[in-house]
Ligand binder design. Structure first.
Ligand SMILES: Cc1cc2nc3c(=O)[nH]c(=O)nc-3n(C[C@H](O)[C@H](O)[C@H](O)COP(=O)(O)OP(=O)(O)OC[C@H]3O[C@@H](n4cnc5c(N)ncnc54)[C@H](O)[C@@H]3O)c2cc1C
Ligand code: SF4
Length: 344
């Protein structure tokens, strides 16, 4: 049986206390929301903080507020997000994505903020301590740190996926981030210095080690969505080994706003689990100004699939995953157009 290492636990009485503890704890402190990512990582000794700061119970972080758009607290459980009637009605892509994370038990524990900050994944990293020790660890969690994840290479570990690579290619595997980026969401970050709100896509960097751009002493407090307008449609498609539960090996989040005569007025398509960050397809703008014809969809799907450069560090054969990127983008856009397509 794998056991968690010893740590101190601080149940923060407020966000203010949580960020103060995060600042004071420095590199030794970590936030604990639902714990469904942190606890397995502790057991595998990928993370070994001296102090865990509990935030999952804080009422401020568990609220949904409806004003100019919808604001979702960072510690809302994924099950609550997936079942919220306002999310289901106006942001179906998010409801689908949240409802496809892991299992019902994990969605009842796991939070939205924890999902957005989920550690990147790799076949050589998500293994027990002994397994990783047997291959002398790797760049993301090298022997010099005792196999613990660090945020920049220390020059001692190599990347087993691309042995001459100077960077780590671990994969962004969060389900809700692509859906929220497609919907143009923003996030508020709090620290002892105050709060700031940024577009969600700016929270991520394409680096398997330093995959978040936020400072270590900042926490996500809320996610903001623009008012749900009936002319926006959104969806989310996820490829995984087991339909019942599994991390994505590819996901496609699509949000499209239609105008007169079904012409596209805005479009945001995001690929998940194909890089160390969610990939907002820059060519999404090329869909604007015309209806989603078969030709337009297929041309776009081909372009988008070029951005999916899967490496051999998750499940399934590489070439097949790349092919599926094209099929999934095409299927998502046809679904938004109103075709009676079968959801995978
Ligand atoms: C068997 C299994 C299957 C899974 N399948 C999936 C899946 O299909 N899709 C998927 O996306 N995930 C999956 N997960 C991962 C995990 O369950 C979810 O991502 C979950 O949403 C994580 O949320 P949490 O609250 O439990 O995060 P925690 O474990 O509490 O935290 C995760 C990380 O985020 C940080 N953090 C937490 N809250 C905040 C905050 N407010 N601000 C800043 N940092 C924060 C923590 O310090 C930690 O680094 C799976 C996990 C398991 C064990
Ligand atoms: S991509 Fe390379 S460095 Fe990163 S976790 Fe995998 S093996 Fe380690």
């Amino acid at each position: 049986m794998m056991r968690v290492p010893a740590f101190q636990y601080y149940r923060a009485p407020s966000v203010r206390d949580a960020v103060a503890a995060l600042r004071d704890g420095g590199a030794e402190a970590m936030l604990l929301a639902g714990g469904t990512d942190v606890v397995p990582n502790l057991k595998r000794r990928q993370q070994n903080p001296a102090l865990l700061i509990g935030i999952g119970h804080l009422p401020e972080l568990r609220q949904t507020t409806n004003g100019a758009g919808l604001t979702l607290g960072a510690c809302l459980r994924l099950a609550d997000v997936a079942d919220d009637p306002r999310v289901r009605a106006h942001y179906p892509g998010l409801a689908i994505a949240a409802g496809k994370v892991a299992t019902p038990q994990l969605r009842n524990m796991g939070t939205l903020g924890g999902n957005l900050c989920l550690d990147t994944r790799c076949n050589y990293y998500n293994q027990s301590y002994e397994w990783r020790q047997a291959i002398d660890f790797c760049m993301k969690a090298p022997a010099s740190t005792g196999g613990q994840a660090c945020t920049s290479p220390d020059g001692t570990g190599i990347c087993w996926v691309a042995t001459s690579s100077p960077r780590c290619w671990a994969v962004s595997s969060t389900d809700t981030a692509p859906a929220l980026i497609a919907l143009g969401a923003r996030v508020t970050l709090a620290s002892a210095d105050g709060r700031r709100t940024i577009p969600l896509e700016d929270l991520y960097a394409n680096d398997g080690m330093a995959y978040l751009t936020k400072r270590r002493d900042e926490m996500v407090t809320a996610v903001h969505l623009e008012p749900g307008d009936r002319s926006w449609r959104s969806t989310y498609r996820k490829l995984r080994r087991r339909g019942s539960f599994d991390f994505p090996v590819l996901s496609v989040a699509a949000a499209v706003r239609f105008g007169k005569e079904s012409a596209v007025e805005e479009a945001r398509i995001v690929l998940g689990a194909v890089a160390s960050w969610p990939v907002l397809v820059p060519e999404s703008a090329s869909l604007v100004g015309k209806p989603l014809t078969d030709d337009a969809i297929e041309a776009f799907a081909e372009q988008a699939s070029q951005l999916a450069k899967p490496l051999d560090n998750t499940d399934f054969a590489l070439g097949w995953r790349k092919k599926m990127a094209r099929a999934y983008v095409s299927g998502a856009l046809k679904e938004l157009r109103g075709d009676a397509v079968r959801r995978p």
